[in-house]
Ligand binder design. Structure first.
Ligand code: FES
Length: 109
């Protein structure tokens, strides 16, 4: 069952944005995420690199990939796959994202 959670407004994520932010979960905890606006399409990943748990959102985006600045692992922004080891590497967490009216929401599941 979807658990759509507000993240901000569409203006918070302008074209070419790479924004580190958080969603507040029902129990008050925060889920740190990074949101990308790539050619007008929004994408959302957990701001946690699966390799060692450091902030993936500090990385450099190229097209639909992001490279973690800490040890250089590269992930597919759309599906989170580890591009250095697609078969066995730990994927990054990605969240469905949508715009409802002017509100950007992610599905925390
Ligand atoms: S923490 Fe990201 S590559 Fe190591």
């Amino acid at each position: 069952m979807p658990n759509w959670t507000d993240l901000g407004t569409a203006q918070d994520f302008p074209p070419d944005a790479q924004v580190c932010t958080h969603a507040t979960i029902d129990d008050g905890k925060k889920q740190e995420v990074v949101v990308f606006n790539i050619n007008g399409e929004l994408h959302c990943m957990a701001n946690i690199c699966p390799h060692a748990g450091l902030p993936l959102g500090d990385g450099e985006r190229r097209g639909l990939t992001i490279t973690c600045p800490y040890h250089g692992y590269t992930y597919n922004i759309r599906n989170g796959s580890d591009l250095d080891d697609p078969e066995f590497g730990l994927p990054a967490t990605v969240y469905p994202i949508r715009v409802e009216g002017d509100t950007v929401q992610i599905d925390l599941g």
